[in-house]
Design a binder for this molecule. Structure first.
Ligand code: ZN
Length: 1047
């Protein structure tokens, strides 16, 4: 007789939960019955290696006995195991798995190929299917396991703590086991039914239907009668077969595996992470025919291509079948704030070319789910790379304001538009649980406009990707009444759905500012220093090589070399490397890459210069110096003459700087020179009005040239900065410019990432003099003062403040010996300017941000990114601060602040400790920042005129290879086209925020000119008229124009 119980919700729910609990009633529930039979491995052989070696080499090594329960280490080492597996004959016909838990990541190798990653540490992939239906032929198997002594998240104790070098990893499980799929199915069913009963609302019928279905299944299941499992599973399947109505929201589920190219582990470990994660995904694809997976970062594909060619071929098959889907179109998922405009262009150029060449596809969406804010210039650059769609979720991390949309039109500073989607699950590593589906549905802030959302599932950051559990859930959830519809999807299907079915989408104009992680504009200062330096070095090299290639037919353009340099350079722009949120080992790798690029680029530069000077008629046999201007405007500058013909590499110059700042200013000869735009000329000195320096009896030092007079006190502070033409004082009354200030910098958690708003309440001015300001240089072309300040007992600053005869700004070459703990160093300029907005340079343009905190959106921007300059201007008067390697800024009221150094202790315990060199400058001006030449000055300060040896004299005193007749338009890049033998690429942009026409001229033998996109593909119907060596182009504000000029 049936007994009807009036069920209590809590009791019924907990009954179902206990039935699959790993903790309670395990002797009478389903837990532990997934593997009804197990046999520990006895024949375990192993060897250890400090290096990450190839499989073939591992097979040649000698293996010795190892035991289950043994511990292996140290951190980052590798242990190879050889498994001779012998399966009992009575398991034939059953599903048999290897279960392996080494508390670390590992790779299974079978028949010489990497077949699946394991990760015991995160408990999400601990078994490997030896056979789904064991045959007699499969009773004996040999496998190799490459155990990496690191976890998914590296080797720190706690998520972001520095790695623990003494960490050991225990092999707790190594066994073969029978896998009971009926039990596994039931556990999945129960999890989903329990999820619905828990997460759907109490008013919902489905909540109780799910609950009672689960209850019925417990009643049906007889633990001692496995035949009852199938009956219980059928009850679940009937429930999941009840369908939704037509208007139900659609969740586009895409498998994903966010792999940080380096973070809490190194680049080299990432190569193995890719193989572990992607081999697992390929295997799952064979089991689940509908499963789709999206995967970004061309660099990671290239790593797999080089290191795992077999796996790469298997990936290619799935890519061809549109199941393994390359996304993003970039070389790496780069930082979205710090790279220059040209760097952004190259991320897409190198990335899209790779995908095109390898797989015949171009990505249609920009994919940057984990990056710390997004430049307002990205929409235009994306569009020019053939991309009109954008995916991220990072703005859900905002500390203060909730971003109002999930699907919207994102408009850049030039008006370019892109369709942006923030997956409403606020995560790229969901698990296809009921709560993930419901969050994707409920958190969508554009309800009524859009009826679909993306759901990205799969373990991420440290890799991993989707698991069997997630796919089993998805298989059941595709159309279940009460839940959104779920479909295995692709970015293309999702965006097509949105494009077709959404309406009235809202628009967000300008940058996508992340209200968190603003410390990443400053952390790991040396990485940022190199990023800026090499952006200019590569720029110079490309122009000079292009000039040599056009002029000297025997010169070979270093295409291959440049390509490799760019790849490594772009890799370092990854979103945990350039932002400085990586461990010590990664920072070291990054610096090593930079040093290698610098050496190679310098060598190539030298070759190009020799090739250039070789083609000139020798009117003199005397060696001489060439002055090379790699900017598109005429420059008048003071240059320091090298002591010998052999000029020094920047690396050597840096070494000198490190030894003592004073040395570089002694016995140096200077010359004032004029250099024509993109010009290569003799060094010819010109006469300029001298600069003067004097010290008064009170110790104040006065530096004066034609433009400005600076008054410097014993602390090196600016008591006064007078602009002659305007007859105006730039420093605010009763305050000092060039005032160093230090703040406590203890964030809530993300040490290297964050600087919180409350740091501003801990300001301390630095005024302890170590060595008072003194005159160290009194030349008619350059005068300089040196000062040293004590920051604390351990840290100090040495600074040379100098003024050139020709300069419109006062420059501060600064060296800091930095040994602090959670402190933030900045320099302040309180100025005589009143403005509600400050302006900051970004990629190919600039943006304005408030100097006040009126609204929560304004006050959240207490630390913002800027590139080479920041400017605070009122009508007809302003002050700019230029810099050569800094990115963090904070302008509040009339105080311009430049962020200099941070002292985070995690994840790199030694981050930023030691010596730092950097330069900044203060530039008072009349007119607008544009009219005053702030933009050009910032380029010039970053990239001084190049003095290069020439083995003969040039025919012409001066040759200008390119000119632009409108100062608002900057010719940013001159390079040889990647794939076209007879073309060079010119990239120009409108820098002032104005609509203008500019005539671009060249002395090179250019035959025709065509417009192209940033991928260097010709744009249809866009031949431009090249008449007598020039072309007229019109520009809208901040527009980027790329041209192919055919020689
Ligand atoms: Zn990431």
């Amino acid at each position: 007789m049936d007994v009807v119980v009036a069920k209590n919700k809590r009791a019924t729910l907990e009954r179902a939960e206990k039935f699959i609990s790993p903790h309670y009633f395990t002797d009478v529930n389903l837990h532990g019955r997934v593997y009804p039979e197990k046999i520990p491995l006895t024949n375990l052989k192993h060897f250890a290696t400090a290096d990450r070696i190839q499989y073939q080499e591992a097979c040649r090594r000698s293996f010795s006995d190892a035991k289950i329960g043994e511990k292996f280490g140290p951190l980052w080492s590798t242990h190879w195991f050889k498994l001779e597996i012998s399966i009992p004959a009575n398991w034939v016909g059953k599903e048999v798995r290897l279960v392996w838990d080494s508390g670390s990541e590992a790779m299974v190798w079978q028949n010489g190929e990497p077949v699946q990653g394991l990760s015991g540490d995160c408990q999400h992939r601990k078994d490997f299917i030896l056979s789904q239906n064991l045959t007699k032929d499969e009773l004996r198997q040999t496998l190799y396991i490459e155990m990496a002594c690191n976890e998914m998240f590296g080797g720190g104790n706690g998520l972001i703590n520095p790695p623990d070098e003494n960490k050991e990893f225990q092999l707790s499980t190594a066994e073969i086991a029978v896998f009971d799929r009926d039990v596994y199915n039931l556990i999945t069913d129960f999890e989903l039914l329990i999820g619905m009963a828990k997460h759907l609302s109490d008013e919902d019928q489905r909540t109780y239907q799910a609950l009672y279905t689960a209850n019925k299944m417990v009643n049906v299941c007889k633990i001692d009668n496995p035949k009852s499992y199938k009956e219980a599973h059928q009850i679940a399947l009937s429930f999941f077969a009840e369908r939704n109505g037509d208007s139900q929201h659609t969740v586009h589920a895409m498998g994903h595996c966010h792999i940080d190219s380096a973070w809490l582990w190194t680049y080299d470990e990432t190569k193995r992470k890719c193989a572990r994660s992607w081999s697992a995904t390929i295997r799952l694809m064979d089991m689940y025919p509908s499963y789709t997976f999206v995967c970004s970062q061309a660099q990671q594909y290239e790593w797999v291509k080089i290191n795992y060619p077999g796996l790469y071929e298997r990936m290619k098959e799935k890519i061809k079948a549109s199941r393994f889907i390359p996304v993003g179109g970039c070389w790496v998922e780069m930082d979205g704030n710090v790279p220059s405009g040209e760097s952004f262009v190259r991320q897409f150029l190198v990335g899209q070319k790779f995908f095109q060449k390898e797989f015949g596809i171009k990505c249609k969406e920009f994919w940057l789910p984990d990056t710390f804010g997004y430049s307002a210039q990205l929409p235009q650059i994306m569009n020019s790379a053939g991309i009109k769609r954008f995916v991220t979720q990072k703005l859900s991390w905002n500390l203060v304001n909730k971003f109002p949309h999930n699907t919207f039109t994102w408009e850049g500073i030039d008006g370019s538009k892109t369709l942006a989607h923030f997956p409403p699950g606020d995560n790229y590593g969901l698990q296809c649980r009921i709560e993930d589906l419901l969050k994707t549905l409920k958190n969508n802030k554009d309800k009524g406009r859009v009826n679909s959302g993306m759901m990205l599932y799969g373990y991420g950051d440290g890799g991993g990707g989707p698991t069997e559990d997630m796919l089993e859930r998805l298989e059941r959830l595709q159309n279940v009444d009460g839940l959104p519809k779920v479909t295995y999807s692709t970015p293309d299907k999702f965006f097509e759905d949105v494009e077709k079915n959404s309406h009235d989408l809202c628009k967000w104009t300008g940058e996508l500012y992340l209200e968190l992680h603003q410390g990443t504009f400053t952390s790991q200062a040396k990485i940022k220093w190199y990023n800026r330096k090499l952006e200019f070095l590569l720029h110079n090299l490309e122009f000079i090589s292009t000039a040599a290639w056009v002029k000297n037919t025997s010169y070979r353009y270093p295409q291959q070399e440049l390509s490799q340099m760019w790849k490594n350079f772009l890799l370092n722009q990854f979103h945990d490397v350039l932002p400085g949120s990586c461990i010590d080992l990664v920072a070291k790798d990054a610096i090593r890459f930079y040093e290698e690029i610098e050496v190679k680029a310098e060598a190539e530069l030298k070759k190009a210069c020799m090739a250039l000077s070789a083609v000139t008629d020798k009117t003199s046999t005397q060696p001489s110096l060439m002055v090379i201007n790699t900017h598109s405007w005429e420059r008048v500058e003071v240059v320091a003459l090298p002591s010998s013909d052999e000029r020094e590499t920047p690396a050597k110059k840096k070494q000198k700087l490190s030894s003592s700042l004073a040395e570089v200013t002694e016995n140096v000869q200077y010359a004032a020179v004029k250099a024509s735009p993109y010009g290569i000329s003799h060094l010819i000195e010109i006469d300029v009005e001298s600069v003067k320096i004097q010290q008064d009896t009170s110790g104040l030092i006065y530096l004066q040239n034609k433009h400005i007079t600076a008054q410097i006190d014993q602390c090196g502070r600016l008591c006064s900065l007078l602009h002659h033409a305007a007859d105006r004082e730039a420093i605010a009354p009763s305050s000092y410019g060039n005032q160093f200030v230090i703040f406590d910098d203890v964030p809530l958690f993300w040490d290297a990432w964050d600087v919180m708003d409350y740091h501003l309440e801990t300001r301390t001015a630095i005024s302890t003099v170590r060595k008072p300001a003194q005159i160290i240089e009194k030349n008619k072309l350059r005068c300089a003062v040196k000062v040293s300040l004590q920051i604390s007992t351990d840290s100090y600053i040495e600074q040379v403040i100098s003024l050139d005869a020709t300069s419109t700004y006062l420059k501060m070459d600064t060296k800091v010996h930095w040994k602090e703990n959670r402190k933030f160093l900045k320099v302040e300029f309180p100025v005589t300017v009143r403005s509600m907005q400050a302006t900051y340079e970004i990629q190919f343009g600039h943006v304005q941000r408030p100097t006040h905190g009126n609204t929560s959106w304004d006050s959240a921007k207490y630390e913002v990114v800027g590139h080479k300059w920041a400017d605070l201007s009122e009508h007809n008067w302003g002050v700019a601060v230029l810099n050569d390697s800094k990115y963090g800024h904070c302008t509040q009221g009339n105080v311009i602040r430049l962020s200099l150094l941070k002292a985070a202790k995690a994840p790199d315990a030694n981050a930023d400790m030691g010596y730092h060199d950097f330069t900044y400058a203060v530039f008072p001006h009349t007119g607008t920042l544009q009219d005053a030449g702030v933009i050009q000055a910032s380029y010039d300060m970053n990239n001084p005129l190049q003095l290069l040896p020439s083995d003969g004299a040039l025919t012409q005193a001066s040759a200008s290879l390119f000119q632009v007749d409108n100062v608002a338009v900057i010719l940013e890049t001159v390079k040889k086209a990647e794939d076209i033998d007879n073309a060079i690429v010119l990239r120009l942009y409108e820098a002032y925020g104005s609509t203008v026409t500019a005539k671009v001229s060249s002395q090179l033998p250019i035959k025709t000119v065509r417009r192209c996109n940033i991928l260097e593909e010709e744009l249809d119907g866009n031949e431009v008229k090249w008449n007598n060596g020039s072309v007229s182009l019109s520009f809208s504000p901040f527009q980027i124009v790329s041209l192919l000029a055919f020689i």
